[in-house]
Design a protein around this ligand. Structure first.
Ligand SMILES: NC(=O)c1ccc[n+]([C@@H]2O[C@H](COP(=O)([O-])OP(=O)(O)OC[C@H]3O[C@@H](n4cnc5c(N)ncnc54)[C@H](O)[C@@H]3O)[C@@H](O)[C@H]2O)c1
Length: 278
């Protein structure tokens, strides 16, 4: 019988080294969604240092115009949850620049609450945190397959790996986004498409400013709040190395190893943290 899923780690000890600097961004055409603020804006600033050919920023917030101007890029005021609008924009960019080398599907929102979260919050989180990646994939992946090359980066979150008590819509949709990233990589990796999932914990952006921070002794706070510039540096390194999981907070790797080693114990540990927070 052929073993369909690897039951044991294929490589033990340190992670496999596939080499470095596979993907460099010089002369590449890049699109970033959610580029008006936070991580998306920092990615644009950081990519600029790599001398790309073009950077297109897509955001629902008109501030994207100023950000694009500051990096000599192009701005598109678009709601990524609106498939029709988003598709027209992506096709237009492809037509203008010829080929897209790196697509950063980064726009996201944070839906708080548990069972009290309304259907409208769930719908918004589902549309922006999941469906927008699918709308983009439907245009960008076939285009990259034609070029037999391309990089699709999804900004997920450590919440997509380790959950997030008190933010059920956010954590659930980020798990879905991670599942989608894995599936894209599995389905199209053999045909030259690289996929990464960027999964930070806390990052100093507007999203964080509108959230209630956990107490100082909470693991999230102990691991620290990264600046958007730090996250952008890690992301460029992760893209260079073509790593599927880009983990700017290094402890996240240890946490997910602990989670998969003993799921029940992990859930028990998180429950204790929730009790402490009450
Ligand atoms: N800040 C954190 O602690 C943190 C941690 C992990 C993951 N993330 C993820 O990083 C990504 C970027 O978030 P951020 O922290 O930079 O927040 P942010 O709020 O600073 O930036 C998000 C950007 O997305 C844009 N956006 C939101 N909805 C949109 C829509 N429908 N169409 C187009 N643009 C839209 C916003 O206008 C904004 O410019 C998100 O996917 C978020 O889930 C953030």
């Amino acid at each position: 019988m052929v073993e369909q899923w690897p039951l044991k780690p294929l490589v033990q000890g340190s992670s496999p080294c596939w080499g470095t600097n596979f993907m460099n961004l010089k002369s590449k055409n890049i699109i970033i969604t959610g580029g008006a603020n936070g991580i998306g804006k920092a990615l644009a600033d950081r990519f600029l240092k790599e001398s790309p050919n073009s950077i297109h920023l897509i955001d629902i917030n008109p501030d994207v115009l100023h950000v694009a101007e500051s990096i000599d890029g192009k701005a598109h005021i678009v709601d990524v949850a609106n498939e029709e609008q988003f598709t027209i924009t992506l096709n237009q960019i492809i037509q203008d620049v010829g080929s897209i080398d790196l697509f950063c599907s980064n726009a996201g929102i944070e839906g708080h609450g548990t069972l009290d979260a309304s259907n409208s919050i769930w719908d918004k989180n589902w549309q922006i945190n999941v469906m927008s990646h699918i709308y983009a994939s439907r245009i960008i992946i076939p285009h990259m397959l034609e070029n037999k090359n391309g990089y699709f980066l999804l900004t997920v979150s450590a919440a997509g790996l380790l959950n997030m008590p008190g933010a059920m819509p956010y954590a659930t949709t980020k798990h879905a986004a991670l599942g989608l990233a894995e599936n894209l990589s599995i389905m199209y990796g053999n045909q030259g498409i690289k996929v990464s999932a960027l999964c930070p914990q806390l990052v100093d952006t507007n999203m964080l400013k509108t959230s209630k921070l956990p107490p100082e002794d909470h693991p999230l706070m102990i691991d620290g709040i990264l600046t958007t510039e730090q996250v952008a540096d890690y992301t460029v390194q992760g893209i260079n190395d073509e790593k599927f999981l880009i983990l700017p907070h290094e402890n996240v790797l240890r946490y997910i190893q602990g989670k998969t080693y003993d799921y029940d114990k992990w859930i028990e540990g998180i429950r204790k943290q929730v009790v402490k927070l009450k």
